[in-house]
Design a protein around this ligand. Structure first.
Ligand code: AMP
Length: 284
């Protein structure tokens, strides 16, 4: 497995692969890899001739007062995980390599980037869209792999890819969870033992929401109130939002119908956890 930290070197290395007719699968990450990230690498390796993983803690997607400075890092362990998963190349640029001095261009996605995370973290998705657009331009993948764990993120990336006619297939992979239902996240390391014990309440709230949808409830506020109630049973949990929305628009405007996404953001002390689940309304 190769590691490259330089944009020009990566471009010329991958131009050779494309010239030889090889397909490139791409997995963007912020490192501190876990089995969720590895599932994306596995999917890329299964369907492409060459798999590129990027490890870059993107300052642009962190707001003021967020955890940029404390974001967990373990490059040696990450490289071992990438090698074990049979990734071919890891791109690990510095901030100055990704964002040359004087940069003034950013990518802003409308619509789906505005609600939910967009309300709580107003600059987040412009940071995500800008780095993903740059990485797509640098890597030139045929396919790029994202986790459904960050449902709104993959929705924003799909929108951007369609709007800018980027020649990449965006693939969403299932959420990988701990045995007790907690979605794997690099940020779970922030949880105290007691917070970690209570954190599976997110999964229980999502399951309670699914149960209501599958029982025929279409009023999003009823489902949201029930998810919030379940979250409130965990004494250390502070709800940021509980949403039941159409899976594509992410904004409820009337009774739910068809594919629904249930999404949660919950704080435990200094950790902010997000999770989501899909379901379908019962058609009458
Ligand atoms: P991050 O390093 O947090 O930026 O995540 C990199 C990619 O891994 C994103 O596409 C995430 O959605 C995905 N990911 C993170 N956690 C999980 C998980 N538990 N299951 C599946 N994919 C995940």
């Amino acid at each position: 497995m190769e590691t490259i930290d330089n944009v020009a070197e990566l471009r010329s290395r991958l131009a050779v692969e494309r010239g030889a007719g090889n397909t490139i699968g791409f997995v963007p990450t912020m490192g501190y890899l876990h089995a969720g990230h590895v599932s994306l690498i596995d999917a890329a390796v299964a369907s492409n001739d060459l798999t590129v993983v990027s490890i870059f803690v993107n300052p642009l997607q962190f707001g003021a007062g967020e955890d940029l400075d404390s974001y967990p890092v373990d490059i040696e362990r990450d490289l071992a995980a990438c090698a074990d998963a049979r990734a071919d190349l890891v791109f690990m640029p510095s901030v100055s390599e990704m964002y040359p001095p004087g940069m003034t261009t950013t990518v802003t996605v409308g619509g789906v980037s505005k609600p939910l995370e967009g309300q709580s973290r107003p600059t987040h998705f412009a940071g995500v869209a800008t780095v993903v657009a740059k990485l797509f331009s640098i890597v030139g993948p045929c396919r790029a792999y994202f986790g459904a764990k960050d449902w709104q993120q993959v929705t924003v990336v799909r929108r951007m890819t369609a709007d800018l006619s980027l020649p990449v297939e965006v693939i969403s992979c299932p959420i990988v969870r701990e045995a007790d239902g907690l979605a794997l996240s690099s940020r779970n390391v922030y949880l105290s033992p007691e917070e970690r014990r209570q954190a599976p309440v997110l999964r229980r709230a999502l399951l309670a929401g699914i149960e209501l949808v599958e029982a025929g409830v279409t009023d999003h506020s009823v489902i949201e109130t029930e998810m919030a109630r379940v979250i409130s049973t965990a004494p250390l949990a502070q709800l940021d939002y509980a949403a039941a929305v159409p899976a594509d628009s992410l904004v409820a405007d009337g009774p739910l119908r068809g594919e629904v996404r249930l999404l949660l953001a919950v704080r435990f002390g200094g950790a902010r956890l997000i999770d989501n689940a899909g379901c379908r309304t019962v058609e009458s």
